[in-house]
Unconditional design. Structure first.
Length: 189
């Protein structure tokens, strides 16, 4: 009988403690609704642009509050998607047409003219696999009110997953009233 006297309070204490820990963890997780909540709760923040906070698998992205920087980021994101569609190693006329169709609203006319003169020198899909999947932006630096330098990486993909990346530095500027890529330099591709 004496055995049971200490077991019941111990079991109750363990149950209460476990419930408190579970409740605290649930409350902490439930109160995270955005990037700032995630950072405030002490979860890790990525070093990429845009910043991301990982709350045990729930990813919160820092929302851009500057519409100009957001416009620049959108040009780069859209160009990263368009690169998948432009095969630069095929017949030159097909490459030129693909660049015109997919790059003309994203790339300044002078740069696009340079690329269409020598399609192999243009960014795009060089082989069927790996292909450029997207551009991961690492930094945006304002060069002036209508010009930004963007550094990042073109992320390559295969049917089985990621296949590396290569560095890129580009300038995005206002050209004829639209944000467009006005220069491009990469370590490959």
């Amino acid at each position: 009988m004496a055995k049971w006297k200490w077991m019941i309070p111990t079991a109750v204490a363990i149950t209460c403690g476990a419930t408190a820990v579970f409740y605290a963890a649930s409350y902490r997780r439930a109160t995270i609704r955005n990037f700032n909540d995630c950072v405030g709760a002490g979860y890790p923040v990525s070093g990429t642009y845009p910043l991301q906070c990982d709350a045990n698998g729930r990813i919160f992205v820092k929302q851009e509050s500057d519409p100009v920087r957001e416009a620049v980021r959108n040009v780069i994101a859209n160009f990263g998607q368009a690169m998948q569609l432009v095969s630069v190693n095929g017949p030159a006329q097909l490459a030129r047409q693909a660049m015109w169709d997919d790059y003309r609203n994203l790339v300044a006319p002078q740069l696009l003219a340079t690329w269409t003169q020598d399609p192999v020198s243009a960014p795009g899909r060089t082989v069927s696999s790996p292909w450029p999947d997207h551009i991961a932006i690492e930094s945006l630096q304002e060069l002036g009110p209508t010009e930004y330098q963007v550094t990042g990486s073109v992320v390559l993909m295969t049917s089985t997953g990621p296949a590396g990346s290569y560095a890129v530095t580009t300038t995005v500027a206002v050209v004829d009233g639209n944000w467009m890529i006005s220069s491009w330099s990469s370590s490959s591709g």
